[in-house]
Design a protein around this ligand. Structure first.
Ligand code: HEC
Ligand code: HEC
Ligand code: HEC
Ligand code: HEC
Ligand code: HEC
Ligand code: HEC
Ligand code: HEC
Length: 663
C-alpha cells in the first residue's frame, strides 16, 4: 500500500506537472483479489485491493461496527443484557429480530435456522467484510466491505442484493456499480465496459463518483432519506427500515409538499426533519470518531486534545466507528457509547426556553426529544404476528398511523404520537424519551435451547401444497384468520408437534424503538403546560399495541428499556398505559398522590402559621419601637432583596394559563 500522505504528495506533484486535468480524487485502478487490473483478469472487483492502494482498507474494515454487526461482541445465548433467551450478540449478527424472524444460530449449533452463508445471502443490511469475508463457497470468495454503498452517488443496492441472494458473493460489490454503465451483466457474472476506462486501464474517480458518505447512502439501510426534489413518497415496507420501526423520514421537504396522503396536510408547513432542512447530513452527527474536524476528547480531565490526526493521516486511516449515543438499548458498538454530540452538546439551552419554569427540573427529567419530537408523521410498525403465516407465507404486520392498507398509496396517513418512556442516560439520570413500541408474537420451541421455531418447520407445519393443512383450515373457518381462540392455537400446536417441534409455545414481546430524528422547527415543539401537567396528559396517554393477542399471550418487554406502566387488554386488543408513578415522577397537576397532597397541605398550613406568627411578631416589635421612638428598622431597606413569598411549591405556576401552542 502506498501511504496516503505520499499519495497526496504524489497527486499534488502530478497536478502541478499538469499530468492530469482533474483535481479531487486521483484516478483509481479497479483490481481483483490478486491485485490485477480487472480489465485484464475479468474477475470481480476487490474493494480491499482497489481502494487499499491508498486507503488502509484493512484498518477501515476492522474499525467498523457496520462490518462486525455484533460478531465481535458475542456472548453465550441468553447472556446479552438486553437480549432474548437465544440472542448471542447485541447486533443483527446473533440478535434475533422479530421483524425479520430468521435466526442465525451460534457457531457449531446443529439445529440451525440458517448458517452464516445463508445469513449473508438473506440479510440485506450488511455492508460486507468481517464475518461475510470468511464464507468461502468452494469456488468463490466472500463479500468484502462495500465502499461503493456509502461513497458513490447511485449505488445499486437492489442488484447487489440479488447477487447475494443467488449466492454470488464475489460479484456482490461489483454489482453495486450496475447503474454507472461501467459494467454489464453476462453469463455467470459481469463484464467491464473497457471504453469507459482510460487508456492506461485506470478509471477517473468521477466516473465512480467517489465522495464523502451522504445521508442517502445511509438511507439504503436506515429508512427514507431524500433531498426533497420530488414530492416525497413513502414505501411502507421493511426496505425502509427506520421508517418502519420509528416512522423516521430524513428530508428537508415541507410535509405539505409531499405526495403522502396525510390528514390535514395543508397545515403541515414544517420540514420532515429540521436538521435535513438546515443541511446537516447523517455524518454531521454520526461522524468518524477519529475525524480531526469533529472528534472530541472524552478522556476524563482533558478539555482539549491537541494530538489530532493530520488530514492526510485521517484520509489514510479513517475509523469507520461512527459516533453514537447511549440511549438506544440493545444497540451495537458499546465501546463507542456516548461518542456523539447529542442535542444538548450542540445547542445551548442557556438563554432559550425562558418560558419554561424550573428548567433544571424539566431538563433533568425530560429528554430534548420529548418536546421536540412530539408527533411522528409517517406510519410505523405496531404489531407483528408470526404465529400464523398468511397463505402467501408472510407474517401479519399491522402499522400505526395509517387508516387502511399500508400497501395502498391512497390510504389515509394520520401519523402517531410517540409514547414517553424513561431511559437512563450516560449521567445515570432517567429521562423521558419518545418511542415507538413494536409487539411481536411467535412460536418458540422448548427443549435444551429455546428459540423461535425455524421458518422451514413453521411452513411445513402450516402448509400443504400451498394451502393450509385441513385441520388448520378447519379451525380457522370460524372468525378471523388469526390464532385468537384456544381451538385455533391447538390446531397449529398439533401440527408443529407433528413436524417434530419440541414443546411449541407462543411467546410475545414488546420492543421499544427510541426516536431521535424528525425534529421539527422550534415553534412546533411542545410548549403547553397541560400537555404534561393535566390529569389526562400525554405522560399517561394510552398507546395501542395490538388489535388482537395471538394465544392470549401477554408480551414482556425486551431491549433494555423498561415499560414503566401497565399492559391492559381491552376488547381482545392490547394497550400500554404509561405510569408516571412507576417512572418515579411526580408531575404536578397530573399526579394525585395522597401523601404528596397531605405534605402540600401541611406545608401550606406551616406557611400560613409562619406568616401569621411573623406578622404578629413584627407588629409587636414595631409597637415596642414606636414606644421607644427608634428609627424604622434596617430590614425595610433590605426587603427588596428578600426572596419572594412561598407560593405553595410552585404549583401555581403550573396552573397559570400557558402561552398558546403555535402549531
Ligand atoms: C491512488 C490513490 C487512491 C485510491 C486508489 C483511492 N483513493 Fe480515495 N482518496 C485518495 C486521495 C489522494 C484523496 C484525497 C482527495 C482530495 O483531497 O480530494 C482521497 C479521498 C477519498 C475520499 C474522501 C472524498 C471526499 O470528497 O471527502 C473517499 C471517500 C475516498 N477517497 C474513497 C475511496 C474509495 C472508496 C476508493 C476505492 C474505490 C478509493 N478512495 C481509492 C487517494 C486514493
Ligand atoms: C456504512 C457506510 C460506509 C462504508 C461502507 C464505507 N464508508 Fe468510508 N466513511 C463513511 C463515513 C460516515 C465516514 C466519515 C465521515 C465524517 O466523519 O464526516 C467515512 C470516511 C471515509 C474516509 C475519510 C474521508 C471522509 O469522507 O471523511 C475515507 C477515505 C473512506 N471513508 C473510505 C472508505 C473505504 C475505502 C471504504 C471501503 C473499504 C469505506 N470508506 C466504506 C461511511 C462509509
Ligand atoms: C442532528 C443530529 C443527527 C442527525 C443529523 C442524525 N442523527 Fe442519528 N441520532 C442522533 C441522536 C441524538 C441519536 C440518539 C443518540 C442517543 O442514543 O442518545 C441518534 C441515534 C441514531 C441511531 C441509533 C438508534 C436509532 O434511533 O435508530 C441510528 C441508527 C442513527 N441515529 C442513524 C442516523 C442516520 C442514518 C441519519 C441520517 C439519515 C442520522 N442518524 C442523522 C442525532 C442525529
Ligand atoms: C448496508 C446497510 C447500512 C448502511 C449503508 C448504513 N448502515 Fe448504519 N447500521 C446498519 C445496521 C444493520 C446497524 C445495526 C443496528 C440496526 O439494526 O439498525 C447499523 C447501525 C448504525 C448505528 C448504531 C446504532 C446503534 O445501535 O446505536 C449508527 C449510528 C449508524 N448505523 C449510522 C449510519 C450512518 C451514519 C450511515 C451512513 C454513512 C449508515 N449507518 C449506513 C446498516 C447500515
Ligand atoms: C451536531 C450538532 C447538532 C445536534 C447533535 C443537534 N442539532 Fe439541532 N441543529 C443543529 C444545527 C446546525 C441547526 C440549524 C441551526 C440554524 O440553522 O440556525 C439545528 C437546528 C435545530 C432546531 C431548529 C431551531 C429553529 O430555528 O427552529 C431545533 C429545534 C433543534 N435543532 C433541536 C435539536 C434536538 C432536539 C436535537 C437532539 C435530538 C438536536 N437539535 C441535535 C445542530 C445540531
Ligand atoms: C418542555 C418542552 C421542551 C424541552 C424539554 C426542550 N425544549 Fe427546546 N424548545 C421548546 C419550545 C416550545 C421551543 C420554542 C420556543 C419558542 O417558540 O420561542 C423550543 C426552542 C428550542 C430551540 C430554538 C431556540 C431558539 O431560540 O430559536 C432549540 C435549539 C431547542 N429548543 C433545543 C432544545 C434542546 C437541545 C433541549 C434539551 C436540552 C430542549 N430544547 C428541550 C420546548 C422544549
Ligand atoms: C413535556 C412535558 C412537560 C411540559 C410541556 C411541562 N412540564 Fe413541567 N414537568 C414535567 C415533568 C416530567 C416534571 C418533573 C416531575 C418530577 O421531577 O418528578 C415537571 C416539573 C414541573 C414543576 C415542578 C418543578 C420542581 O422542581 O418541583 C413545575 C412547577 C412545572 N413542571 C411547571 C410547568 C409549567 C408552568 C409548564 C408550562 C410552561 C410546564 N411545566 C411544562 C413535564 C412537563
Amino acid at each position: 500500500m502506498m501511504p496516503l500522505r505520499c499519495a497526496i504528495a504524489f497527486w499534488s506533484v502530478s497536478l502541478a506537472a499538469g499530468a492530469t486535468a482533474l483535481a479531487g480524487h486521483p484516478p483509481i485502478t479497479l483490481r481483483d483479489q490478486q491485485g490485477k487490473n480487472v480489465l485484464d483478469s475479468a474477475r470481480p472487483i476487490s474493494t480491499v485491493q482497489s481502494c487499499g492502494r491508498c486507503h488502509d482498507t484493512r484498518y477501515i474494515a476492522t474499525h467498523s461496527y457496520h462490518v462486525a454487526l455484533g460478531s465481535d461482541e458475542t456472548a453465550a445465548p441468553g447472556a446479552i443484557p438486553s437480549g432474548r433467551a437465544w440472542d448471542w450478540s447485541p447486533g443483527p449478527l446473533g440478535r434475533w429480530d422479530p421483524l425479520t424472524y430468521r435466526y442465525l444460530a451460534p457457531p457449531g449449533d446443529a439445529r440451525h435456522d440458517r448458517d452464516l452463508a445463508e445469513w449473508v445471502s438473506t440479510y440485506p443490511r450488511h455492508v460486507g467484510g468481517g464475518p461475510a469475508q470468511c464464507i468461502g463457497l468452494p469456488k468463490a470468495d466472500g463479500v468484502e466491505m462495500n465502499c461503493f454503498l456509502c461513497h458513490t452517488p447511485k449505488p445499486d443496492n437492489e442488484t447487489r442484493l440479488k447477487e447475494l441472494q443467488q449466492g454470488r458473493f464475489d460479484w456482490a460489490n461489483t454489482a453495486t456499480l450496475a447503474s454507472t454503465g461501467l459494467i454489464r451483466p453476462v453469463q455467470g457474472g459481469w463484464a467491464y465496459q473497457r471504453q469507459s476506462f482510460m487508456a492506461d486501464g485506470s478509471l477517473q474517480a468521477s466516473r465512480l463518483g467517489i465522495r464523502e458518505a451522504r445521508s442517502e447512502n445511509c438511507g439504503l439501510c436506515h429508512g427514507l432519506t431524500d433531498r426533497g426534489e420530488q414530492p416525497l413518497r413513502l414505501d411502507l415496507s421493511l426496505r425502509q427500515w427506520s421508517t418502519a420501526t420509528e416512522g423516521q423520514v430524513f428530508s428537508p421537504q415541507r410535509i405539505c409538499e409531499s405526495a403522502v396522503n396525510l390528514r390535514d396536510k395543508e397545515h403541515l408547513t414544517r420540514a420532515w426533519d429540521v436538521h435535513a432542512e438546515r443541511l446537516l447530513e447523517c455524518a454531521s452527527c454520526h461522524f468518524s470518531i477519529n475525524n480531526p474536524a469533529f472528534s472530541e476528547p472524552k478522556l476524563g480531565h482533558l478539555k482539549f486534545e491537541p494530538r489530532r490526526l493530520a488530514p492526510g493521516q485521517y484520509l489514510e486511516q479513517p475509523s469507520h466507528q461512527f459516533a453514537r449515543g447511549h440511549t438506544s438499548p440493545g444497540g451495537l458498538g458499546h465501546d463507542f457509547d456516548g461518542t456523539m454530540r447529542r442535542c444538548e452538546d450542540c445547542h445551548t439551552v442557556a438563554g432559550t426556553h425562558d418560558w419554561l419554569p424550573y428548567r433544571q427540573s424539566h431538563f433533568a427529567r425530560l429528554s430534548c426529544e420529548a418536546c421536540h419530537i412530539s408527533q411522528v408523521y409517517a406510519p410505523a410498525v405496531r404489531q407483528v404476528d408470526w404465529t400464523l403465516l398468511t397463505p402467501s407465507g408472510q407474517p401479519r404486520i399491522e402499522w400505526r398511523g395509517i387508516e387502511g392498507d399500508p400497501a395502498d398509496p391512497t390510504a389515509e396517513v394520520t401519523g402517531f404520537r410517540p409514547v414517553l418512556l424513561p431511559v437512563q442516560g450516560l449521567d445515570g439520570r432517567s429521562r423521558l424519551v419518545p418511542h415507538n413500541l413494536i409487539a411481536a408474537w411467535y412460536w418458540v420451541e422448548g427443549g435444551q435451547s429455546p428459540r423461535p421455531v425455524r421458518l422451514a418447520d413453521l411452513k411445513a407445519a402450516l402448509f400443504q401444497d400451498g394451502k393450509y393443512y385441513p385441520d388448520v383450515a378447519h379451525a380457522l373457518a370460524i372468525g378471523r384468520a388469526v390464532l385468537d381462540t384456544p381451538d385455533k392455537v391447538e390446531a397449529v400446536r398439533r401440527r408443529l408437534k407433528a413436524v417434530g417441534v419440541v414443546d411449541p409455545q407462543i411467546e410475545a414481546d414488546v420492543e421499544p424503538h427510541a426516536l431521535h430524528h424528525g425534529v421539527g422547527p422550534a415553534k412546533w415543539a411542545i410548549r403547553q403546560c397541560e400537555t404534561c401537567h393535566a390529569a389526562d396528559s400525554r405522560l399517561s396517554q394510552p398507546f395501542k399495541l395490538a388489535s388482537y393477542m395471538p394465544g392470549g399471550v401477554l408480551p414482556k418487554a425486551v431491549g433494555g428499556s423498561e415499560l414503566s406502566g401497565d399492559l391492559q387488554s381491552a376488547d381482545r386488543g392490547l394497550t400500554y398505559r404509561p405510569s408516571t408513578r412507576q417512572a418515579a415522577l411526580y408531575v404536578l397537576g397530573h399526579n394525585r398522590w395522597p401523601w404528596v397532597n397531605a405534605l402540600g397541605g401541611f406545608s401550606l398550613l406551616a406557611v400560613v402559621v409562619g406568616v401569621v406568627l411573623h406578622a404578629g411578631l413584627r407588629i409587636r416589635v414595631a409597637q415596642q419601637r414606636k414606644k421607644r421612638g427608634s428609627p424604622p428598622s434596617h430590614s425595610a431597606s433590605r426587603s427588596p432583596r428578600l426572596p419572594p413569598p412561598p407560593t405553595g411549591n410552585g404549583s401555581q405556576s403550573a396552573s397559570t394559563p400557558p402561552p398558546a401552542e403555535s402549531s
